[in-house]
Design a protein around this ligand. Structure first.
Ligand code: ZN
Ligand code: ZN
Length: 296
């Protein structure tokens, strides 16, 4: 199927899980359903020259309602990847940032400058916590964006922004509750993944070390798809999850995992990846799901 952007579109079976495992069955509750889709602008690691920095457009559509699009991460290659996919900045309603690494944030300068000087429209940022919000401006963007004429500019001159609610660790996007959760990535660095919707939901880990318990908990909580960071070769002192580690997961969890944030050596691993029951998140493809939604 071809979507309105002329891109090949993969329809994923909703809630496709092993019927033998009761915990995997999405529970029918009194929740309304939302259609969500993830379209990948890039699927590569920080250093990828072939696949771009991992980022995706999450489009959320309430039943019978209007679609809104959230850009998940905005890395060094994202502005070019966005243009190559046929999108412009005004197609994006908000930008979520998982953590402060260049492959997830270095595209924000273009977003801010385009908004202020070309489009007359401030991009809206959704940040996981107040520390990341302060650090994003004070330690990253301020250096190149503060100077603007008569006075020093601030983050508020370029962006509108919010943080996830510190108590519920969630934010609302187009009426859908999206939770953030802390990941272990770099010692002393804050980093977060996303749980999109409720029973069923989909998970987007962003950058994380392997956490088997967390993945089992996601499966038990109705996660039908888990978009997971994957480093293809295992290194000592690694800061990502390696393919060997993901291969230790139970088959019913592996079947939900889509690998992303991989290196340019992907082709050498494709057979092993499909043999392990994983899927590969692919650039310019759109993955569609239905998720449950609690009231927000
Ligand atoms: Zn990264
Ligand atoms: Zn990172």
């Amino acid at each position: 199927m071809v979507n309105e952007k002329g891109a090949f579109c993969v329809k994923i079976e909703k809630g496709a899980v092993d019927p033998a495992m009761d915990i995997q069955r999405p529970q029918k509750q009194t929740m309304s359903a939302f259609e969500v889709s993830l379209r990948f602008l890039g699927t590569g690691s920080a250093f990828s020259k072939k696949y771009g920095n991992t980022s995706a457009l999450l489009t959320v559509t309430p039943r019978g309602g209007v679609s809104r699009t959230l850009l998940i991460d905005c890395g060094r290659t994202t502005p070019d990847d966005l243009a190559r996919s046929g999108y412009v900045w005004t197609d994006i309603d908000a930008i979520f940032i998982s953590h402060l690494h260049g492959d997830h944030i270095y595209g924000l300068e273009e977003a801010g400058f385009m908004g202020r000087y070309v489009l007359n429209r401030k991009p809206h940022l959704i940040l996981p916590d107040a520390v990341i919000a302060a650090d994003l401006w004070e330690h990253v963007l301020q250096g190149t964006m503060q100077q603007g004429g008569e006075r020093d500019l601030t983050i508020d001159d370029y962006f509108t922004w919010e943080t996830a609610d510190p108590d519920s660790l969630a934010f609302s996007f187009n009426g859908l509750r999206i939770r953030v959760y802390r990941t272990r990535h770099i010692e002393n660095k804050r980093s977060y993944g996303l749980i999109i919707g409720d029973r069923p939901n989909i998970v987007y880990t962003a950058d994380t070390l392997f956490d088997e318990e967390q993945l089992a908990a996601f499966a038990a909580q109705g996660s039908t798809a888990i978009f997971h960071d994957c480093q293809l070769l295992h290194f000592d002192n690694q800061v990502h999850t390696s393919l060997d580690q993901l291969e230790t997961l139970d088959a019913s969890i592996r079947a939900r995992v889509y690998l992303m944030h991989y290196g340019d050596n992907l082709e050498q691993f494709e057979q092993r990846i499909s043999g392990g029951g994983f899927r590969i998140a692919t650039r310019h493809q759109t993955y569609q799901f239905e998720v449950g939604a609690s009231p927000v």
